[in-house]
Unconditional design. Structure first.
Length: 87
């Protein structure tokens, strides 16, 4: 088996203008339209009431599913599961 010659990824530090040009070229080539970490911070946008209700229903469904799965696993292991703890 032959191994391809690997090139070093280390390069000399870029100047500010070179860095900006490299980022712009990356965005053009990859089609990135926004920072992938932009969703990590709160925004000034408001969420509609319907979307908030839908999110609450989704979270309640996930929690119910999680509790049901835990209860089923406990029963499979022969553990007692109080019915009040399972939604």
């Amino acid at each position: 088996m032959t191994r391809k010659c690997e090139t070093s990824i280390y390069t000399a530090p870029l100047s500010s203008s070179e860095h900006e040009a490299a980022v712009a070229a990356f965005i053009r080539n990859r089609g990135v339209t926004r920072c992938p970490t932009a969703c990590l911070a709160r925004t000034q946008a408001s969420v509609s009431a319907a979307d908030r209700v839908a999110l609450e229903q989704y979270e309640a469904g996930r929690e119910h599913s999680r509790r049901s799965h835990i209860a089923a696993t406990a029963r499979a292991l022969g553990l007692d599961v109080p019915q009040s703890r399972v939604c």
